[in-house]
Design a protein around this ligand. Structure first.
Ligand code: FUB
Length: 455
């Protein structure tokens, strides 16, 4: 190879690497709760495929006159997201959209909660959609799209599943290989699926003995130690809470057993899926984090889930911190905190006109603190802490580990400024490993923090 060719090859290789890296990192959300931060997302159906978790959520958008019903749910397509560690999420883009469903209303904006399952080398994606004409019944039908990979491309089948009318499809494959489809239409229905995963093998059955008062929807069934857990959102009072019922048979009858997550007064719906990943169980659910004034624009979350010895589920308390480790070298969004002092530390949007920019922590009392758990400092000493802060008074922050009185990692002087600044200060004591982090305000000042990081 002559020099010119070698140079061209090198140029070509580095271009290629830059392009690959750009593609690898584009659309990645780093996250606590909510964990998808580039769009609204709801009704998360999480699945473990290979060594990754894939999440198939609904994709809320805001209706505008002539595009959906203003003030109501509005969804025109589905994205899929994947993660190797529940912390770094990749958006694989749109997998199915309303204008590509042969039997669906192309302007229905009704692509509600979906699900996906793997069988015999194929991925089957189940989704509800508004039908385009009465030859498919009325209201919602449930369709299937099939792919060779969990992120698609998915091919939508020409007709919806016969005899299924309703929303929120969920699929379960039992240990004996029998697959079941569940869905909601006032009641919760279940039926066996044929091996082709696209036709019912039994007549739809209303699942017994579930609550009879208050809306129930969003069925999600899983099995653990021979117990079949049917989980579902139910309006026991004013808004939906996540409940479960158990059985020794995938089609019931079920015994209503408990509440997985209490209702929130701020978001009328909730919707769940439950998976085991690397020996830990997780609950996926949604809230309205990026749209606190309009609860039909939702955002998906994850928290850890635990069982009692008798197989009952311990109630999950929603957190901002979510799950997984955060590397000390990443932007640590302390506003997604584990705990905070009762006074002097509050959370606001950075920009109320663009809420997807996320949140900031506002400190305004001496000794106010915020705690952020499970930060991985690694083994190699980190020399500096960087704080993105804004302070019109100027002030002093401390970073500690273990407790608000624990060892000081760094003390940072935040200069007086009307603008956000990245302030770098030397670390005074480095402790390798995983630590709970505390950020404190040390003086009588007002300091806003976007994130902190180490290098
Ligand atoms: O996302 C639209 C609907 O809201 C879902 O289908 C229900 O489960 C509820 O979350």
């Amino acid at each position: 190879m002559n020099y010119q060719n070698e140079f061209n090859m090198k140029k070509y290789k580095s271009c290629f690497i830059v392009i690959v890296l750009a593609f690898a990192f584009v659309n990645i959300a780093k996250a606590q709760n909510p964990f998808i931060t580039n769009q609204f997302s709801a009704d998360p159906s999480a699945r473990v495929f290979g060594d990754k978790v894939y999440v198939y959520p609904s994709h809320d958008i805001l209706a505008t006159p002539g595009h959906g019903r203003v003030g109501w749910f509005c969804m025109k397509d589905y994205h899929v997201f994947s993660s190797p560690n529940l912390t770094d999420w990749k958006d694989h883009g749109v997998i199915v959209s309303q204008d590509k469903v042969p039997w669906g209303n192309p302007t229905g904006y009704s692509m509600w909660a979906p699900d996906c399952i793997f069988r015999n080398g194929k991925y089957y994606f189940y989704f509800p959609d508004a039908v385009k004409d009465t030859s498919y019944g009325r209201g919602f039908a449930v369709g299937v799209a099939v792919a060779d990979e969990p992120s698609g491309p998915f091919k939508v089948q020409p007709t919806p599943i016969k005899n299924v009318h309703g929303i929120d499809p969920n699929v379960f494959i039992d240990k004996d290989g029998q697959a079941y489809l569940y869905w909601a239409e006032g009641n919760i229905y279940g039926a066996k699926l044929k091996k082709n995963m696209m036709e019912l093998a039994s007549a739809p059955k209303i699942l017994e003995d579930l609550p009879t008062k208050g809306l129930k929807e969003g069925p999600y069934l899983f099995e653990r130690n021979g117990i079949y857990y049917l989980t579902y959102p139910h309006v026991a009072n004013k808004t939906e809470r996540l409940e479960y019922a158990i059985s020794n048979n995938p089609l019931g009858p079920f015994k209503v057993t408990g509440v997985i997550m209490d209702a929130s007064p701020d978001c009328w719906t909730n919707h769940q899926s439950i998976i085991e990943f690397k020996n830990q169980w997780y609950l996926f659910y949604h809230h309205d984090d990026f749209s606190p004034d309009f609860d039909k624009a939702r955002s998906i979350r994850i928290d850890s889930l635990f069982f009692n010895k008798d197989g009952t589920i311990k109630k999950v308390i929603p957190t901002f911190r979510g799950v997984g480790l955060t590397k000390a070298t990443q932007k640590i969004q302390i506003d997604r905190y584990t705990d905070k002092s009762n006074e002097g530390a509050s959370i606001n949007f950075i920009d109320t006109a663009n809420k997807f920019q996320g949140w900031k922590t506002v400190f305004n009392q001496p000794n106010a603190w915020i705690q952020y758990n499970s930060v991985d400092f690694g083994k190699k000493p980190l020399k500096n802490v960087i704080v993105r802060a804004l302070s019109e008074t100027g002030g002093t922050l401390q970073v500690r580990i273990s407790s608000s009185n624990g060892p000081i990692v760094a003390e940072i002087k935040i200069p007086k400024s009307k603008n956000w600044k990245d302030i770098k200060t030397a670390v005074v004591k480095f402790d390798p490993g995983i630590h709970n982090l505390f950020v404190l305000l040390k003086d009588n000042s007002n300091v806003e923090v976007d994130w902190i990081s180490f290098d």
